[in-house]
Design a protein around this ligand. Structure first.
Ligand SMILES: Cc1cc2nc3c(=O)[nH]c(=O)nc-3n(C[C@H](O)[C@H](O)[C@H](O)COP(=O)(O)O)c2cc1C
Ligand SMILES: [Fe+2]
Ligand SMILES: [Fe+2]
Length: 405
């Protein structure tokens, strides 16, 4: 049985949270041994019952049971879709069926098309596309819907419960893992790491929209931020907003260097060991792919935004770059496109190719290629001298720009 939390987080507003400890690869790609939560909410006023989102379909029967502890499902008047990715909309068909399709479904116009595409609900569902800023009176409370596109999909909206000053934010301001607490309290450092990992892996490609939308939400007086993953921000909602912004803008932790390399038989590793010695006064984070260790790509990507410089060590593999490193470079280009200096070191046997492949991928991005050192087999003194020269250049940039427009 998964752990389920049903709690009244403010008068008449309930959290329904399931801790997904079965998910191994979020969206079938990002490894999350820490798990994830899906947070739905139910608001009961004297007049209306409003359900916000749902859970992944894997937990359909648990969701229905949880919901029944708070309301009769036939009594739900509105269902708000903040974002229709199936980790939140998977339970919608069952809820609507048990509700007799009486509830009005509210969301972005794109959300209507998406849930119809996923679940074929067009003929049965009473869908209303909400405008940006549209308000809905539900008795003692007023709901205001705000379009916040691309957090995480084009369909994303937030709901501001005006009288309560609570903002329901969908994926935005969420994080991975299954925190012991439902609110922001105690030591948050471990959770913040999982927030960073979530932002980069899931929303990273749309990071400009984090900046745009947080700007848009800035004017709203918010007492509590309630996202669809992880912690609810009751004590310090401003913290999660600025944390998201910092990631989106690639704010640097001074002196932090990210080193990622592969090494099949230790030849790339030779250069990396030298680099690590040279950078011993820096905060170096090292990840590797060797015959003994395979580090996590989702963890590696999470370290890009606040790194000051990046070193990639890559071996030549079948006339190209080692596959994991090529994939990493592509995802860096896709999700963590920041203006940061990069050094590449590469070893080959009979003809170098790997450095060119990685450079080719990063060339189209904001990353600044400071140089590539390629060598045959083991690293030699002249290669180390060349590497040292580039290392010096990595930290000459001073204050870094983010690469964001
Ligand atoms: C599976 C495999 C494929 C390789 N493909 C190439 C290649 O296409 N071109 C090349 O020059 N060297 C190739 N090599 C040789 C390696 O690039 C070379 O030995 C390099 O020093 C490996 O560094 P590493 O031991 O740190 O991984 C290959 C080696 C292996 C094991
Ligand atoms: Fe999503
Ligand atoms: Fe989500």
């Amino acid at each position: 049985m998964p752990r389920i939390r049903i709690e009244e987080i403010s008068e008449g507003l309930y959290l329904l949270r399931v801790d997904d400890d079965r998910v191994r690869s979020f969206e079938a790609i990002w490894d999350v041994p820490e798990g994830a939560t899906y947070n739905a909410y139910l608001l009961k006023t004297e007049e209306k019952t409003i359900l916000f989102d749902g859970w992944k379909r894997d937990y359909e029967s648990e969701f229905i049971e949880a919901l029944k502890t708070l309301t009769r499902i036939e009594d739900i008047d509105y269902i708000v879709l903040h974002h229709t990715e199936p980790d939140h909309s998977g339970t919608l068909p069952k809820v609507l069926e048990l509700n007799g399709y009486k509830a009005k479904v509210l969301g972005h116009s794109v959300a209507g098309r998406l849930v119809n595409g996923f679940y074929g609900l067009a003929d049965k569902m009473d869908f209303h596309a909400v405008e940006d800023g549209e308000e809905l009176n539900v008795g003692s409370e007023t709901l205001k819907f705000l379009h916040t596109p691309w957090l995480h999909w084009p369909d994303t909206i937030c709901t501001y419960i005006e009288e309560e000053r609570i903002l329901l934010t969908g994926d935005a301001f969420g994080g991975f893992s299954m925190p012991g607490s439902i609110f922001d309290e105690g030591d948050m450092s471990e959770y913040m790491h999982y927030v960073k990992k979530y932002v980069v892996n899931v929303v990273g490609h749309y990071k400009q929209h984090i900046t745009k939308n947080t700007e848009k939400l800035k004017g709203i007086d918010v007492r509590m931020i309630a996202p669809m993953h992880g912690i609810i921000w009751k004590n310090d909602p401003g913290r999660i907003v600025s944390f998201y912004r910092d990631i989106a803008e690639g704010r640097v932790e001074e002196g932090k260097v990210l080193i990622v390399y592969d090494s099949m038989y230790g030849f790339v590793e030779g250069a990396i060991e030298h680099i690590m010695k040279r950078l011993s006064d820096k905060k170096v984070k090292v990840f590797k792919f060797t015959d003994r260790e395979q580090d996590s790509l989702s963890e590696i990507l999470a370290e890009v935004p606040d790194s000051e410089a990046i070193v990639l060590g890559v071996s030549t593999y079948e006339a190209g770059a080692f596959p994991m490193m090529e994939f990493l470079a592509r995802q860096m280009a896709h999700k963590t496109d920041y203006r940061k200096p990069v050094l590449i070191v590469s070893s080959f046997g009979w003809g170098g190719a790997a450095a060119r492949v990685i450079e080719g991928i990063l060339k189209e991005t904001s990353f600044e290629m400071k140089g590539a050192v390629e060598y045959r087999g083991r690293v030699r003194d002249e290669d180390l001298r060349a590497i040292d020269g580039i290392l010096d250049m990595l930290f000459q940039g001073g204050e870094q720009d983010t690469g964001n427009p």
